[in-house]
Design a protein around this ligand. Structure first.
Ligand SMILES: CC(C)(COP(=O)(O)OP(=O)(O)OC[C@H]1O[C@@H](n2cnc3c(N)ncnc32)[C@H](O)[C@@H]1OP(=O)(O)O)[C@@H](O)C(=O)NCCC(=O)NCCS
Length: 179
């Protein structure tokens, strides 16, 4: 990865929506519309919406809602040409850290049963399968796999997130020829 691109995770802003929707539409069969993102952006107390900002574009975004100590990932997408560079990881880690600050103790999410890349991705971060919601997705009738972390406040889990961040940073520096 070219460090000159300086990708940075920051809060999503209203003016990011056009670019977010471009990624959303090119990623999901039934994309969210602007109104759903706007609802999340207005809910600053109990929602976290972040983007991976790059010069002139976005590399991806993530959203989560927090209720009763549960941080629920509602959306995550990395632009197709930017995958497998650690962006999804950095978005997820920052999101979990923000959820922790807002009172979350554990994280949950639903993912389509056939979405093997996402299942692999979340497993990589210690999410475990809690169960299957039959026919959960109204557009295709596909089942959802319900996944959850353990207690994300535990030092072991926080250390794992820290180590992931460090290793992505080292990888980026190595790829930029900086080591
Ligand atoms: C899932 C997604 C966000 C991952 O983003 P990413 O930036 O490519 O992920 P990372 O580069 O941070 O990957 C971290 C690790 O996750 C796992 N992983 C990521 N993509 C994977 C894939 N296609 N297959 C298997 N494992 C995968 C790997 O262990 C990877 O580590 P490695 O690259 O060192 O092997 C991305 O594939 C995406 O946007 N998919 C479409 C939208 C989607 O499915 N969102 C989730 C809906 S719940």
């Amino acid at each position: 990865m070219d460090l000159r691109e300086k990708p940075t995770v920051r809060n999503m802003r209203f003016w990011d929506l056009e670019k977010v929707l471009e990624i959303e539409r090119s990623t999901f069969p039934t994309p969210w519309d602007a109104e759903i993102f706007l609802k999340g952006l207005r809910n600053t107390q109990s929602a976290v919406y972040l983007v991976m900002a790059m010069p002139g574009r976005l590399g991806g975004y993530i959203g989560a809602d927090i209720a009763d100590q549960e941080g629920h990932i509602t959306n995550l997408a990395v632009s197709r040409d930017q995958r497998r560079k650690g962006f999804g990881s950095l978005l997820l880690i920052e999101c979990m850290e923000s959820c922790l600050e807002k009172g979350a103790r554990w994280m949950t999410l639903e993912v389509r049963e056939g979405n093997k890349p996402a299942l692999g991705f979340y497993t990589h971060f210690g999410f475990e399968v809690l169960g299957v919601k039959m026919g959960y997705y109204y557009d295709t009738g596909e089942n959802a796999v319900l996944m959850a972390t353990g207690d994300i406040r535990m030092p072991d889990y926080r250390k794992m997130l820290y180590d992931f961040k460090e290793s992505i940073g080292s990888r980026r520096r190595a790829e930029a020829g900086d080591l």
